[in-house]
Design a binder for this molecule. Structure first.
Ligand SMILES: [Fe+2]
Length: 196
């Protein structure tokens, strides 16, 4: 398994697209990206049975039989791992579970659509945590993040784990608000296939 990175050319096209119209671009490209992602994954007729049982393109995942893989570099600090559970290009939704050791954090991002999470273990500080006007989730907990929620720093000071469904892409931004990567269901499937 290897960490996955955006290549420069695809990153540039994502940035240009994101500035043009992020949501429209994402919805336009997602089905084709998903289809190509499945082809690129090299699934065979025999493999499709396995895919249906245990891959992002199927409807059921036995999670213990899926290995954790490193979350893409540049989108987090520290050894966060994830399992991509499902992608729904027809709605732009994607679902994953994240393993976040103490001391890790996610890079600055904006939720282009709403998301719901279930913190199954540990503690997650969102938008600076409760001491800085944000929220501190303590497991077990449920949370809703609204459309356009900006998370400058999502950090974990305990070993934590959470499950989340995202409706639409995450727009990862730099300190000046410029898009670094627009990460929707097509992109997460690409990343997952590249690292498994
Ligand atoms: Fe977030």
């Amino acid at each position: 398994m290897r960490p996955w990175r955006w290549d420069r050319a695809s990153l540039l096209s994502k940035i240009i697209d994101a500035h043009a119209n992020p949501v429209e671009t994402f919805l336009r490209d997602a089905p084709a990206t998903l289809e190509q992602g499945i082809k690129d994954s090299g699934q065979t007729a025999e493999g499709e049975e396995q895919m249906a049982e245990n891959s992002p393109t199927g409807d059921y995942v036995q999670m213990d039989s899926v290995d954790w893989v490193p979350f893409p570099e540049g989108l987090c600090e520290g050894p966060i791992r994830w399992k991509l559970l499902h992608v729904s290009p027809e709605s732009g939704a994607w679902t994953a579970i994240f393993d976040c050791p103490s001391g890790t954090s996610f890079a600055r991002h904006i939720h282009m659509g709403p998301g719901e999470y279930f913190l199954t273990k540990g503690r997650m500080h969102v938008r600076g945590g409760s001491t800085e006007g944000g929220a501190t989730a303590i497991a077990p907990s449920y949370g809703y993040e609204e459309c356009n929620a900006q998370h400058d720093h999502t950090e974990f000071d305990q070993d934590s784990e959470f499950y989340m469904t995202f409706l639409g892409p995450l727009n990862f931004i730099d300190d000046d608000g410029n898009t670094i990567a627009l990460v929707g269901c097509g992109q997460v499937l690409d990343a997952w296939n590249a690292s498994t």
